[in-house]
Design a protein. Structure first.
Length: 293
C-alpha cells in the first residue's frame, strides 16, 4: 500500500509540474540533508572526518554549532571557518540537485533557497537562483562599512592549509576589510549579515519572475523547509498560493511537510525522502518523454 501511495504522489507531482506555466522552487536545509550533507545539524561521517579535531577541542558535534561557537581568539575561529567552508565548497554535487535539474530543464522555473552551500549553482544558472540567506563563496566587512562582497574561495584554501597543531591560523592571514581594516566575515545569515546590493539583487530577480508569472498557472514547490525559518520560503508560498487564483502548492519533506487547512484544495504534502521522490519523478519524466517520441 505504501508503494502505491508513493507512486501516486510522484505521479501527481509530475502532472502538476507538466501542467504548470511557471514553477517556483523553494529549497531549504532539508534539500541538503537529502543530498547527504547532514553535518550542519548532525554528528555524521563528514563532520567526524573533517572536523573531528575541532570536536575534541571544543565539544560541539555539528558544523552549525561550530560556526556560532564563541572562540577565544580570531585565529581559532578562522581555523574552523576555513576547514568547514573548504569541506562545503569542495563537496561533490548531490544527486537530488541533478535530478531536480533534469526535471526542470525544459520548464519555466525559478529557484529560491536559504541554503548557502552553492550546490544549486553547480548545475543551475545563477540568473535562475536567489540565495536570500547568503553564499559561502563571499566575504563581507564585519562592520558593514561599505556595500561590497569579495570572493572567499582562494583565501579559505590558503587558511585551511595554514592551520597548525593547535587548530589556529596565523594572525596575519586573517582576512581584513580593505576599507576599514576590520575582520571580514562570511556573507551568510548572522549577526553581521550585510543586506546590501547583492542581497537586494537576489530578491529583485525573484520578484521579477513572480511579477511576470503571477497570473499564470504557477506551482510553488517546497523542498525541505523546517521549523527554524519558515518565514523565508514556506509562509510566502502559502500566502501567494492562497491569494493567486491559479497557484498550487506542493511540499516534500519527510518530517515537516505542512499544508494549511485553507490550502487543502490547492495543494498537498509528500511526507517522504526528497531524494527518492525526485529520483522517481525524474524516471517518470524520462519515461513520459520516451513514450511521446
Amino acid at each position: 500500500m505504501k508503494n502505491e501511495q508513493h507512486k501516486e504522489a510522484v505521479n501527481s507531482l509530475v502532472r502538476h509540474i507538466r501542467d504548470a506555466d511557471a514553477i517556483v522552487v523553494g529549497a531549504a536545509s532539508g534539500m541538503s540533508a537529502a543530498a547527504g550533507f547532514r553535518h550542519y545539524y548532525e554528528h555524521d561521517k563528514d563532520f567526524i572526518d573533517n572536523l573531528g579535531e575541532f570536536e575534541k577541542k571544543y565539544g560541539y558535534r555539528n558544523s552549525f554549532d561550530g560556526f556560532y561557537y564563541r572562540y577565544r581568539t580570531s585565529e581559532e575561529r578562522w581555523a574552523f571557518i576555513a576547514r568547514n567552508l573548504c569541506m562545503i565548497l569542495d563537496a561533490e554535487m548531490g544527486q537530488p540537485y541533478y535530478d531536480l535539474h533534469e526535471i526542470l530543464k525544459d520548464e519555466n522555473y525559478y529557484i529560491l533557497t536559504t541554503n548557502q552551500d552553492t550546490q544549486f549553482t553547480r548545475v543551475f544558472p545563477e540568473e535562475k537562483i536567489s540565495a536570500i540567506q547568503g553564499d559561502w563563496r563571499y566575504f563581507q566587512c564585519s562592520r558593514r562599512c561599505h556595500d561590497e562582497l569579495y570572493s572567499s574561495v582562494d583565501t579559505l584554501q590558503k587558511l585551511n592549509k595554514s592551520i597548525d597543531e593547535n587548530l589556529r591560523v596565523p594572525k596575519n592571514m586573517i582576512p581584513r576589510c580593505p576599507k576599514c581594516g576590520a575582520e571580514m566575515e562570511p556573507w551568510v545569515r548572522s549577526w553581521t549579515f550585510l543586506e546590501g546590493k547583492k542581497y537586494r539583487e537576489e530578491y529583485n530577480k525573484l520578484n521579477a519572475f513572480l511579477k511576470t508569472n503571477k497570473n499564470k498557472k504557477i506551482l510553488f514547490l517546497e523542498l525541505g523547509v523546517g521549523r527554524m525559518t519558515p518565514m523565508f520560503i514556506q509562509e510566502p508560498f502559502w500566502q501567494m498560493t492562497y491569494a493567486w487564483p491559479d497557484a498550487y502548492y506542493i511540499t516534500i519533506n519527510p518530517r515537516d511537510a505542512l499544508v494549511p487547512e485553507e490550502l487543502k484544495q490547492k495543494g498537498f504534502a509528500i511526507h517522504e525522502d526528497i531524494a527518492k521522490v525526485l529520483a522517481d519523478a525524474r524516471k517518470n519524466f524520462n519515461e513520459g518523454q520516451n513514450e511521446s517520441r
